[in-house]
Design a protein around this ligand. Structure first.
Ligand code: SAH
Length: 220
């Protein structure tokens, strides 16, 4: 296949994913839908998983980790209600795809990844896709946040925590929103924690299953 055909093949897969997996399940934020229509998710997957790029499920990115189901990425991004001016912390950069989506919706993204090889992968994927301009990938334990650039208007955690890490709440601006899966290793609820006027409030957006959060506030 020539390059144009390949590009239109993936563009069609992307349109299909947005219609069938996102719109049909209630993703409404036009900016989230547009970002996911534009970002070439297939370039964030390793060669051996590329065929699965638009599957309605998490897909292996190596190192025992997965790129989240597209719907979960969309839901988490929608919950943050980003308008383009925010500084965001993305915990669990993995392939860098979720960071790319957040980068399209906010002003600045700090993406932290605990596995050094994956931090390199995320950085390289963001460069290749031309998305690295407003995204900094760092290697470290994001369960303790990333105090260097706190406070954050929004924090997104893509790994399951036993509880909401207090460091993340401390590093959340007021007003600010944190989205995080909390529960057991097998089942979690996606919590949306909002800080406003010094008060925290929580709603559950969905039930979910993420890979475990490691590090000081994660699973040992
Ligand atoms: N958002 C990613 C996928 C996340 S998978 C994407 O779009 O591809 C969860 C990621 O969180 C894994 O890469 C895992 O290594 C990472 N992780 C787990 N615990 C972490 C921690 N304490 N700090 C930073 N990253 C962590």
């Amino acid at each position: 296949m020539n390059q144009q055909l390949v590009a239109s093949y993936w563009a069609a897969q992307r349109r299909d994913m947005v219609e069938r997996q996102l719109k049909s399940r209630g993703i409404r934020d036009p900016r989230v839908l547009q970002a996911m229509l534009e970002i070439p998710r297939e370039l964030f997957l390793p060669d051996e998983s590329r065929d699965l790029s638009y599957r309605d499920e998490p897909v292996s990115i190596g190192h025992g980790q997965t790129i989240s189901q597209p719907y979960m990425t969309a839901l988490m991004a929608q919950c943050l209600e980003l308008r383009g001016t925010e500084t965001v912390l993305d915990v669990g950069a993995g392939s860098g795809y979720h960071a790319a989506v957040l980068g399209a919706l906010a002003a600045k993204v700090y993406a932290i990844e605990i596995i050094p090889a994956l931090a390199d992968v995320a950085r390289s994927n963001l460069e290749t896709t031309g998305r690295a301009g407003n995204i900094v990938v760092v290697c470290g334990d994001g369960s303790a946040g990333y105090p260097q650039h706190a406070p954050y208007d929004a924090i997104s955690v893509a790994a399951a925590a036993p509880d909401v890490p207090s460091e993340l709440l401390d590093q959340l601006d007021d007003p600010g929103t944190l989205v995080i899966p909390v529960g057991s290793l097998w089942d979690q609820e996606l919590r949306v924690v909002t800080k406003s006027g010094g008060q925290l409030s929580t709603v559950v957006a969905s039930f979910c299953r993420f890979v475990p959060l490691r590090g000081t506030a994660g699973w040992r």
